[in-house]
Ligand binder design. Structure first.
Ligand code: DQQ
Length: 566
């Protein structure tokens, strides 16, 4: 149908047509997936989060969770696609099916680990006949198949049972990639509820098959009761090269613990103490609303992996639909994955930075380039010539003075979305808002704004970045928040604030301040049609802002899970 074509993304990872996501709605709308399912006949499948991403023998693998035979969340198995460039994907047959007692009620999230001798193993969560969550192993059946289509389950599955005092057997899932300790033993962490706290439980093994639980957690917190999809990896401050967890971690490295909760992915930076085998965060904030986020928009259950081809760490998240369930039926598909991002630690060791993998630039065509623009208060510069539905835009904003910055109020950090609603794109401030308006109709009735504001805190500057969806569509019944995040910025040293936005029909994925704040969003414009949308750089702040460089490209369509002739 028309609806399905106009919102279907052109270069984000998504399932083949007629596959649908069901589990998203209870996150954003407060309805249960069950309620949603009751509204529809059982004739479509469920597309959920990423599992076990990896690079192995020249091929990138992306596994994902889906329900092959029904509209009810459940029956989860692993779909599988492969790629040589992380952008174009070939769909393959299901990799892990529900066919043993230890996964009969679902093959849930897991991770891949490359063992010495280039041996490959995946550990994943299964739901057993009693719906207890257990951890299972699969290995490739035939290593001479470059795509690794078939997988063999270990005879001793489940390799980890949900046993031990205080452990909730229904909240015990999503094992991490393994890392090797100085004693030569493998470790993994598993997300769990332990005595009512959220925990990353720690397990050890010699051979990746026989596991023992370590008597303490890698880390736990009483600020919530469960973490999904924990991710644990090492990073070197200021070095955008990734580290391989299957090798010894160099001195000076820090560790990151990522966890999924509250509909978003949060992280802590700290030190992994090898002696006591625990993760010690640099700062512990009791109020989890203040924890740093991988992405401040629609992005959940991400997984990272070490890419030995290019020596980088890549993180990947899942983005659900935010239109209505009947729209999903009309579209015949739902759910996408964000563009894979290189992830690394800034030189102060305080904040993760992310950037779309360079391969996405291979889709760029038709470069638009402007230099030396000046945006006075109320200034609006139309960016013409690029495909406004499929574009990659990079803008540098340069402040002419930082004296006008309004004072920062730390209480905004508790609810940044509220602040973005109050400090919208048309509300003038000292410095900012300035930024980008995309998918705008002729009269601006419909538009999505991505913008910055600069605030002065005691000894530093705080930059607010918002991705405001409130006017993104004239259609009712959509989830249209004003997403937002803050980052610290040394404006005395660096006068430029960069914005990069990937526009992909119903996706607007933005990277502020060189990847300090990332915001993934879904939009469903209706007034603009192909060729009719406008794109602008704007400034509504009192202080003039310069744009030393603005580049935009039209983005070609990628081959994403295209079956046969589509
Ligand atoms: N969904 C999976 C779990 C994971 C959650 C089940 C995250 O393994 O914790 O489909 O979306």
């Amino acid at each position: 149908s028309i609806v399905s074509q106009r919102y279907r993304t052109a270069y984000h990872f998504q399932p083949p047509k007629n596959w649908i996501n069901e589990s998203s709605y209870y996150r954003v709308r407060g309805t249960t997936s069950k309620e949603k399912n009751l509204q529809h006949p059982a004739s479509y499948t469920t597309f959920i989060n990423i599992s076990g991403p990896m690079y192995y023998n020249g091929i990138y693998h992306e596994f994902y969770q889906y329900n092959p035979n029904g509209s009810v969340w459940g029956n989860i198995v692993w779909g599988h696609s492969v790629s040589t460039d992380l952008i174009n994907w070939i769909p393959l047959e299901t990799a892990i099916e529900r066919d043993t007692p230890s996964d009969i009620n679902g093959c849930w999230t897991g991770s891949a680990t490359i063992l010495p001798g280039n041996r490959l193993v995946i550990i994943y969560t299964g739901a057993d006949p009693e719906k207890r969550q257990v951890q299972n192993i699969v290995v490739p059946k035939n290593l001479s198949d470059p795509y690794l289509r078939e997988w063999t389950k270990a005879g001793n599955n489940p390799v980890i049972q949900p046993v031990g005092p205080g452990l909730n057997s229904g909240q015990f899932r999503d094992p991490t990639t393994g890392w090797i300790g100085p004693d030569g033993l493998w470790r993994i962490a598993v997300g769990a509820e332990l005595n009512g706290d959220s925990a990353a439980l720690l397990y050890k093994s010699k051979d990746f098959l026989n596991w023992t639980r370590v008597d303490h957690s890698l880390y736990s917190s009483n600020s919530s009761s469960m973490w999904e999809c924990p991710d644990f990896f090492a990073v070197l401050p200021g070095n955008n090269g990734g580290l391989d967890l299957s090798a010894a971690i160099p001195n000076g490295a820090k560790h990151v613990l990522k966890m999924s909760l509250d509909s978003c992915d949060k992280y802590m930076i700290g030190v992994y103490d090898l002696k006591s085998d625990i993760f010690i965060p640099d700062t512990v904030l009791d109020d989890r609303r203040l924890w740093s986020r991988i992405d401040y928009g629609n992005f959940y259950a991400s997984k990272s992996f070490f890419d030995s081809k290019k020596g980088r760490r890549i993180i990947w998240g899942w983005t659900n639909e935010t239109d209505s369930s009947s729209d999903d039926v009309a579209k015949g598909w739902a759910g996408i994955h964000a563009i894979p991002r290189t992830i690394w630690l800034d030189s102060h060791g305080k904040q993760l930075l992310q950037w779309p993998v360079e391969e996405v630039e291979s889709l760029r065509g038709n470069e638009i380039n402007h230099q030396g623009l000046e945006l006075k208060k109320g200034g609006l510069f139309e960016i013409k010539g690029a495909d406004s539905f499929q574009a990659d835009v990079e803008i540098d904003f340069e402040l002419t003075s930082i004296d006008n910055a309004d004072p920062f109020d730390p209480s905004w950090l508790l609810d940044v979305e509220k602040h973005c609603r109050e400090a919208g794109a048309s509300v003038s401030g000292g410095i900012g808002p300035f930024g980008l308006v995309v998918l705008a109709s002729d009269n601006m009735e419909e538009h999505t704004a991505v913008h910055f504001r600069v605030y002065k805190s005691e000894h530093k500057y705080m930059i607010l970045m918002c991705s405001d969806l409130r006017s993104s569509s004239l259609r009712p019944g959509l989830y249209t928040p004003a997403y937002g995040g803050f980052f610290e910025y040394d404006l005395e040293k660096e006068k430029k604030i960069s914005l990069r936005t990937l526009i992909d029909r119903s996706a607007v994925e933005s990277f502020g301040g060189g990847g300090r704040v990332c915001i993934m969003a879904r939009v469903y414009p209706v007034a603009v049609v192909d060729g009719s949308a406008h794109m602008y750089a704007f400034n509504n702040g009192s202080a003039t802002v310069r744009v030393p460089q603005l580049r935009a490209w039209s983005m070609r369509r990628a081959q994403v899970n295209v079956k046969g002739m589509e």
